[in-house]
Design a protein around this ligand. Structure first.
Ligand code: F6P
Length: 494
């Protein structure tokens, strides 16, 4: 296990003291792929960065990164390579060639749909959950402002209200159903897909299964379920669910935004891949971000981190990051199965600015929990209203970071602000497919670096299984349940 003692014993000047010492922007800001990163309002110092770089060396970060890009088995508990970067053409040659062929197949199918091979289509009903929904949902909501080629609804919850709400606006005769599931066995997805087929059948659609596109790493299951092989868009088993938006799981985004936008998204991500691969730790955005994460989680023992997007288009980013970060790094053992002797991932939460300022920021400024905050904003406005809207949006984002850091003394303690509360800022020049691709890839690699230094496997998710199994067993009536759960089931379901 890497030795944290030097980092833990390092002096802990306040943020204001650090700013008084001199230029924080040099060394703690970076510009990569259209994104300006500012960690100057964190407690990172050149000394700490050097110590973290040494810790990363001890933890074998470089070798782990090389293994990731070389397509070696890095998901050791499941014996799999982890090849989402190959989907944007960075990785082992064979995997890149396979991804390119799969993308060509996706493009050909999209062209055929555009050419009305499945009739006049206006709506795409995308059904999936977890990584099979959060990524495409983020893409469509972030980039769909300019007008979309198709109406897209992304349905994940097994709560029938979600599907009903989507179907209300769709014409069954002008809809295709994209069933997105890596395994093609997920209960929620398969039930929603069956109900969507039922909706089409009731409406008299002649061949509802002929309107299904399967996005999956398990084509056999899709065929078994009734999808014709020609409408299956496969992706590799080595692409993890929460890393899969670059694969055919991104189909609804490629349909709605157009193929060129999808390609640009991949190019932006590839630019971040190359930066992550080749930049020195002290000038490497995902690495520096992970150092700050680790400093707060491991040294200051802060148990949450918050992300606030000061941009309506990025309102789904916190949801997306929750799965990426918590499903990846919310682990209790190392990759070798040894119990962790320190915290793993913090709890990721967040929201949209400025709304969140009027709800949760009270706790951030004066509460007893210190929360490292990440602000995201976009320089180029997307709205066409008076420029005051965007000006106020950006000013508020920046002022909040300054206020958290500065604090304020007051004789009345209820009116005092402790200050010295850390934040980082990601400022995008514009929000286009390329920048969004780079942004998401940045978060993926940051998650990877956190895991690599902690020695955990970011790519399995056994923690989600027990609850699913118990629900299945309870459904079948063969689960030995506690009295509370049994009573709840009896009361609600008879
Ligand atoms: O329950 C967790 C999970 O396995 C996620 O990791 C995954 O993104 C989601 O379920 C959906 O899985 P699938 O794509 O196989 O339907």
């Amino acid at each position: 296990m890497p030795d944290w003692s030097k980092i833990e014993a390092a002096p802990r000047p306040t943020l204001s003291e650090l700013f008084e010492r001199g230029d924080r922007l040099d060394g703690l800001t970076l510009d990569v792929a259209g994104i300006h990163f500012d960690w100057s309002k964190t407690h990172l110092t050149p000394e700490l960065i050097a110590d973290f770089a040494a810790l990363a060396d001890e933890g074998g970060l470089k070798a782990k990164r090389d293994a990731l890009f070389a397509g070696e088995i890095v998901n050791v508990t499941e014996g799999r390579a982890v090849e989402h970067t190959a989907e944007r053409y960075e990785g082992a040659a064979e995997s890149v060639a396979r991804a390119k062929a799969q993308h060509a197949r996706m493009r050909a199918l999209i062209d055929a749909i555009e050419g009305e091979a499945l009739g006049p289509i206006q709506h795409v009903l995308h059904i999936g959950i977890g990584g099979s929904a959060l990524g495409p949902d983020l893409l469509v909501s972030a980039l769909g402002q300019e007008g979309m080629h198709y109406d897209v609804a992304i349905v994940s919850n097994v709560d029938g209200l979600a599907l009903e709400a989507a179907l209300e606006h769709f014409d069954p005769h002008a809809t295709i159903i994209a069933v997105a599931s890596k395994t093609f066995t997920t209960t929620e997805t398969m039930l929603n897909a069956e109900s969507a087929i039922g909706w089409m059948t009731e409406a008299g659609v002649e061949d509802p299964y002929g309107r299904v596109i399967a996005l999956t790493a398990n084509p056999e299951k899709a065929v078994e379920w009734g999808v014709d092989e020609t409408r299956i868009l496969p992706f590799s088993e080595s692409v993890g669910g929460r890393y899969s938006l670059w694969s055919s799981i991104g189909f609804p985004a490629a349909m709605a935004l157009g193929w060129d936008a999808f390609e640009e998204l991949l190019e932006g991500a590839a630019e971040m891949d190359r930066h992550f691969r080749f930049a020195e730790p002290a000038a490497n955005a995902p690495v520096l971000a992970a150092f700050a994460d680790l400093y707060y989680t491991q040294v200051r023992r802060l148990s949450t981190r918050a992300v606030f997007a000061y941009d309506e288009r990025l309102r789904l980013l916190p949801d997306y990051l929750q799965q990426l970060e918590m499903e990846s790094n919310g682990k209790g053992v190392t990759a070798d199965g040894v119990p962790l002797d320190r915290p793993s991932a913090p709890i990721t939460w967040g929201g949209t600015g400025t709304d969140a300022q009027h709800a949760v920021f009270q706790l951030l400024h004066q509460g007893t929990h210190v929360v490292p905050v990440e602000f995201l904003a976009v320089i180029e406005a997307a709205d066409t209203l008076d420029e005051q809207h965007h000006r106020q949006l950006l000013l508020n984002a920046f002022a909040q970071g300054a206020a958290l850091m500065k604090g304020r003394d007051h004789a009345d303690k209820a009116r005092a602000y402790p200050g010295d509360r850390p934040s980082s800022t990601l400022l995008l020049d514009t929000l286009d497919p390329r920048t969004l691709g780079a942004l998401i890839a940045f978060y993926e690699h940051r998650t990877f670096v956190n895991a690599a230094i902690l020695g955990i496997n970011a790519f399995d998710q056994f923690g989600v299984e027990l609850g699913k199994e118990m629900a299945r067993a309870a459904d079948a009536g063969d689960q030995d349940l506690d009295a509370s759960t049994e009573a709840l089931i009896k009361r609600a379901l008879g």
